[in-house]
Design a protein around this ligand. Structure first.
Ligand code: NAP
Length: 251
C-alpha cells in the first residue's frame, strides 16, 4: 500500500486472529500497512507474539478477548476497536470451529455451537460494524467460508450448513451495502494446514491429498494473500463473490 505521510492509516479487524489462518491474515495486513485489531479467546502468549510482529511491521495493534457467537461481546468488540482507532476499513470474519460427526450421531449442542460461531458470529460482527462503514461510505468485509459450504462433506453437516449460510449472507450484504461503497466477499479455503485440520487422522489426510490437483495442502499464507487483495483498492470492482483457495480441489 503506497501512502503519503499525511494519509490516515487504514484499520483492519480480524476475528480469531491469534492462530491459524487468522494470524496469517493479521500479519499480511500489517505488512501491507494496516493497523490491526484481532480477537482471541485463549492463547494469550501467541497474541503477545503477534503483537510484536505487527508492531515490528509498523502497525498499531489491539487485541480484544471476545467470543463472536455472543451478540453483546461482538458489540463491545467493535466499540473497543472504534475507540482506539478512528475508523474500521476492513472486517475479516475468520473465527470458526468444527464439531464433526455423522448426522445420526450429531448432538443438538454440536450443531448449535458450530452455527452460533461460524454463522451467527459473522452476523454479530457485521451487524455492529456496518453502521460505521456506512458513515465512512467505504469498507471491505471478507468472510472466510469453506469449499465444504459449496459441495458438502460427510460428517460436516453442521459446518457445511454454517459455511453455506455465510455464502448467502455475503451475497446479501454485498447487495445491501454496495450503494455505500462497501464490498463484501467470501473466501472459500480447501484444506489448509492449521490446528483445525491437524486433528484429522493421517489416513483421512492422505485421502484428501489425492483430491487436490496441485498435490499439496494449502498454507494459511495462501489464504492471507487473497484476503489482502480483497481488502484493498486493487479489488475495488469485486463484490458478492466467493473465491476458492483450494489447489483446484473444487472446480
Ligand atoms: N483450515 C482449513 O482447512 C480451513 C478450510 C476452510 C475454511 N476454514 C475456515 O478458516 C477459518 C480459520 O480456520 P483455522 O484453520 O485457522 O482454524 P484454527 O486454527 O482452529 O483457528 C480458529 C480461530 O477461530 C477462533 N475462534 C473459534 N471460535 C471462536 C469464537 N466463538 N469467538 C472468537 N473466536 C473464535 C479461535 O480462537 P481461539 O484460539 O481463542 O480458540 C482461533 O483463532 C475458520 O472460519 C474455518 O472454518 C479453514
Amino acid at each position: 500500500m503506497n501512502r503519503t505521510g499525511n494519509e490516515e492509516k487504514k484499520v483492519a479487524l480480524v476475528t480469531g486472529g491469534n492462530r491459524g489462518i487468522g494470524r496469517a491474515i493479521a500479519i499480511k495486513l500489517s505488512e501491507e500497512g494496516y493497523d490491526v485489531a484481532v480477537t482471541f479467546r485463549s492463547h494469550s502468549e501467541s497474541v503477545n507474539e503477534l503483537e510484536r510482529i505487527c508492531r515490528g511491521n509498523g502497525s498499531d495493534f489491539l487485541a480484544v478477548r471476545a467470543d463472536v457467537s455472543s451478540f453483546e461481546q461482538a458489540k463491545n468488540l467493535i466499540s473497543q476497536v472504534i475507540e482506539k482507532f478512528p475508523r474500521i476499513d476492513v472486517l475479516v470474519n475468520n473465527a470458526g470451529i468444527t464439531k464433526d460427526n455423522l448426522m445420526l450421531r450429531m448432538s443438538e449442542a454440536d450443531f448449535d455451537s458450530v452455527i452460533d460461531t461460524n454463522l451467527k458470529g459473522v452476523f454479530n460482527c457485521t451487524k455492529h460494524i456496518l453502521r460505521i462503514m456506512m458513515k465512512q461510505k467505504s469498507g471491505s468485509i471478507i468472510n472466510i467460508a469453506s469449499v465444504v459450504g459449496e459441495v458438502g462433506n460427510m460428517g460436516q453437516s453442521n459446518y457445511a450448513a454454517s459455511k453455506a449460510g455465510v455464502i448467502g449472507f455475503t451475497k446479501s450484504i454485498a447487495k445491501e451495502a454496495a450503494p455505500r461503497n462497501i464490498r463484501c466477499n467470501a473466501v472459500a479455503p480447501g484444506f489448509i494446514a492449521t490446528d483445525m485440520t491437524e486433528i484429522l487422522p493421517e489416513t483421512v489426510q492422505g485421502e484428501i491429498l489425492k483430491t487436490i490437483p496441485l498435490g499439496a495442502w494449502g498454507k494459511p499464507e495462501d489464504v492471507a494473500k487473497l484476503v489482502s487483495f480483497l481488502a484493498g483498492e486493487e479489488s475495488s470492482y469485486i463484490t458478492g463473490q466467493v473465491i476458492n483457495v483450494d489447489g483446484g480441489m473444487v472446480m
